[in-house]
Design a binder for this molecule. Structure first.
Ligand SMILES: [Zn+2]
Length: 829
């Protein structure tokens, strides 16, 4: 049973008042077998009130010994991850010797055995309250300390930590003391790593991955290092303070739950980012955004850290805003803001319209369990979009001046939203507090509507926000194309009075996507979009229009069939891989699998298949260079439905290539096999053969997905048992879950849909928050968009025993489910 103890904000405030943590010596022993590791911590700290008491955070499998100022403490006093400390002195030394358990859920010290070669790897994820699963600490962001780490590891291993380290004896690694950092940022990565070393501007750079991925990392190292160098150069141009740590290692680690984690000097990234198969340019761009995002954290988050988790947004919104701004300005991925419009922001829009939404900057977050649930599309995407509005309003120079003052005032310490607002106000002379009240303390998306020659905005919750945007007016050319006639600035005050819209063939508010708003066009302009969306000359403006169509479907204002007609009319000629990828993905998943009534689903699949085949014909020879052909191939595979299409896929698999390319790499082979399994056109012999031919973790995941997808009751039951009653790792659980539910198998899955709501709660409680997320995301029967499923989900939510992570996951899925049910009703009219 995972330890679900949580630290409250009140406890953190009191402990911060009492303690001043100075240094931590951490010694880890990774040579104690595959189940546990040794962890010895020596903490030196001051106490403002001698004689007072507090508690230590430690979540061991066995607590051996705790010594406070020479006095041995009773280790049996440990309860729910807390050991009481009493009778503190003005200066204290605390030694904790413990044995810790490795995890397989990506929380604490994760251990992974590579199926490709049997080698073992470990890495830490100390984020939020998982640090005490690795080492004893006063675990809260504002008790920073200088960490000196040493590690004993198997002799053939490499060990990477926050600061520069070296092997002082075979298997013995020592790291330089870090500057003051928060406990949640302490990191160690170890195993027989493959490493690439470089240097830039005096900063030692390292890239590390599993040995079996060596060739793939080597192939990508030049691009990764180039983005890293460009990121450092840009940050050093706009920030007064240099990078504050002594080295910059980027470790690509297996079965990582997030995109990446910003441990200073030792960033961990999911190793799917070491590409093993062909990828699109949007995937490369996404990886660059992650790299640049984590670099921003070296300043926002690591140098200056939020005081408590209610300012999580300070970390994530800033890093996400900077990631897009810097990637667009400094790297070859100049379309990063289009990626934000087409994909990244939809995460924020969706999150902000659900019952679970919260302000970007919540007034208070009571405890760490609540904080974990705020790690979402609001803190990342909406927060970044809000900051983009702030920069549009203040101007970039004033914004950066305020931010730099903020760094200077709080370097190596902690700060709050209020500290930042004060710095921005001083630098800009504007009332940033008033802006923040409107944008950061409220919830909900405003809707911009063009009607009767005016643009006005409304909000769902009655609190209007000010907007600084542009409006594009497009006209027809003599040849019938569309061109931009003019673009005008638009300042919408928060009083809702609106502004003149101007007249044009197409009037598009927010055409440069500076805003975080939903856009509803006037009827004439929407008519132009229906006939000519693909002819709108700018990629970003088309992204805004596709996003508008998307949220009209989700709001029940545009029938799913209408969205599919836009896809059929305008994607075959689309040149932007961003837009094709995003629109096809929404059309394939939400629209076709959930929102279209089952009777109309075959026609929807056929329509998408035809669009993808047109793209395939258009990209013959693969000359587009952005991966559009790859998107088309994936689309053809994912929409195959009838026996003839299945036979064609079998031919591709046998030939090892798509006619005219590309050659099938592992990703495509598993996608193909998955689709054949769903359709009953392949089974266990093919799965076993593929797994044997290419043993690797991605093959294990592909096989788990395929087996769960077979239209066979025994296969479904086996997947079910593994998922709800087994001990699958986080990644194998996600793979199994994503294979399980297939709209083609509605009858077969009927009983399991009922069982899902009965067994979810206990299974998620048993496995902890990371697995709760898997079970409520990929594991949720989203395709079963009926009133019956809605009622079952509502009944499940009434169970008071649900954990916080399960409840949040279910609330969000139920919202999407209701939207799908509403869309189906609209389609039926
Ligand atoms: Zn981040």
């Amino acid at each position: 049973m995972p330890d679900l103890s949580v630290l409250t904000r009140a406890e953190a405030v009191e402990r911060r008042r009492l303690l001043d943590v100075r240094t931590v010596h951490l010694d880890l022993d990774l040579t104690r077998g595959r189940e546990v590791f040794g962890s010895t911590t020596v903490i030196r700290f001051g106490c403002t009130t001698p004689g007072a008491g507090t508690h230590l955070d430690v979540k061991p499998s066995r607590l051996h010994r705790v010594v406070l100022n020479g006095r041995e403490l009773d280790v049996d006093a440990l309860r729910a991850g807390r050991l009481p400390l009493t009778g503190l002195a003005a200066d204290n030394e605390l030694t904790v010797e413990a044995e810790m358990a490795y995890s397989h859920t990506g929380e604490g010290m994760h251990r992974f055995t590579d199926p490709a070669d049997g080698e073992d790897y470990v890495y830490t994820q100390s984020f939020l309250d998982d640090g005490p699963r690795v080492f004893a600490s006063f675990d809260q962001p504002d008790l920073k300390a200088r960490y000196t780490v040493s590690v004993t590891a198997p002799q053939e291993w490499t060990v990477v930590g926050n600061s520069a380290g070296r092997q002082v004896a075979p298997g013995r690694w020592e790291f330089a003391p870090t500057p003051a950092i928060s406990s949640y940022l302490v990191a160690v990565v170890a195993g027989p790593l493959h490493s690439v070393h470089a240097e830039h501007d005096g900063i030692p750079l390292g890239l590390h991955c599993r040995r079996s991925l060596a060739a793939h990392l080597d192939a990508d190292a030049a691009e990764l290092l180039e983005v890293t160098r460009q990121g450092f150069d840009h940050y050093h141009r706009i920030f007064r303070r240099r990078f504050a740590f002594d080295s910059y290692d980027q470790c690509f680690v297996p079965e990582f739950n997030l995109g990446a984690m910003e441990n200073p000097g030792c960033v961990t990234l999911r190793d799917d980012y070491v590409f093993r198969s062909a990828v699109t340019d949007t995937q490369r761009e996404h990886r660059a955004l992650v790299v640049v995002h984590e670099m921003a954290h070296m300043w926002f988050g690591d140098l200056v850290t939020m005081t408590w988790w209610d300012d999580l947004w300070l970390n994530e919104s800033f890093a996400e805003y900077m990631a897009h701004a810097v990637t667009a300005a400094a790297t070859r991925f100049t379309g990063a803001w289009t990626a934000f419009a087409a994909d990244g922001k939809t995460w924020g829009y969706d999150a902000d319209q659900r019952p679970s939404t919260h302000p970007v900057a919540p007034v208070t977050v009571d405890d760490t369990a609540q904080a974990l649930q705020n790690f979402d599309g609001i803190s990342y995407a909406k927060g970044a979009a809000a900051l983009r509005q702030l920069v549009a309003w203040l101007g970039e120079d004033a914004f950066l001046a305020g931010v730099n003052d903020h760094f200077d005032a709080h370097a190596f310490g902690n700060a709050t939203l209020d500290d930042l607002l004060r710095a921005l106000t001083a630098a800009s002379g504007r009332d940033v507090h008033g802006w923040a009240d409107r944008w950061l303390r409220t919830t909900g998306v405003d809707t911009l509507r063009v009607a009767d020659g005016r643009i006005a905005h409304t909000s769902a919750d009655g609190v209007l926000r000010p907007h600084r945007l542009t409006v594009g007016h497009y006209r027809r050319t003599a040849e019938g194309a569309l061109e931009l006639a003019d673009r005008v600035p638009l300042d919408l005050p928060a009083d809702g009075t609106g502004a003149p819209a101007g007249a044009a063939e197409l009037t598009l508010p927010n055409d440069t996507d500076l805003g975080f708003v939903k856009v509803r066009l006037d009827p004439g302009s929407w008519q132009t979009v229906r006939s000519s969306l693909g002819a709108v000359p700018e990629e970003l403006a088309r992204a805004v229009l596709w996003a508008s169509a998307r949220d009209q479907v989700l709001d029940g204002e545009l029938a799913p069939g209408e969205y599919l007609r836009l896809v059929a009319a305008h994607l075959p000629g689309e040149t932007s891989v961003h837009l094709v990828d995003a629109a096809l993905s929404f059309a394939r998943t939400f629209v076709t699998d959930c929102a279209v009534p089952p009777a109309e689903r075959p026609a929807a699949l056929a329509l998408l298949a035809e669009v993808c085949r047109t793209l395939l014909r258009r990209t013959k020879g693969g000359a587009d260079g952005t991966g559009l052909r790859l998107v088309a191939v994936r689309g053809v595979i994912g929409t195959a439905a009838d026996p003839a299409q299945a036979a064609e896929l079998r031919d591709w698999l046998a030939a090892g290539t798509v006619p005219g390319g590309p050659v099938l790499d592992p990703d495509l082979r598993w996608q193909l096999l998955l689709r054949l399994c769903v359709l009953g056109a392949a089974g266990e012999p093919e799965i076993a053969a593929e797994l044997a031919a290419h043993p690797s973790d991605t093959s294990e995941e592909g096989a788990a997905r395929c087996r769960a997808a077979l239209p066979d009751p025994a296969a479904k039951e086996a997947a079910w048992q593994a998922l709800f009653h087994g001990e699958l790792s986080n990644y194998l659980a996600a793979s199994t879950a994503s294979g399980l539910w297939q709209p083609e198998q509605t009858e077969l899955l009927d009983g399991l849909t009922v069982r899902y709501f009965e067994e979810l709660g206990p299974a998620a409680a048993r496995r902890g928050p990371a697995l709760a997320r898997v079970l409520t995301r990929a594991g949720f029967p989203a395709f079963a968009a009926t009133e019956r499923t809605v009622r079952a989900a509502e009944a499940c939510l009434a169970d008071p025993a649900l954990t916080e992570a399960t409840r949040r996951g279910l609330v969000d899925q139920l919202d999407t489910l209701r939207r799908a049910v509403r869309a189906r009703a609209l389609a039926g009219k």
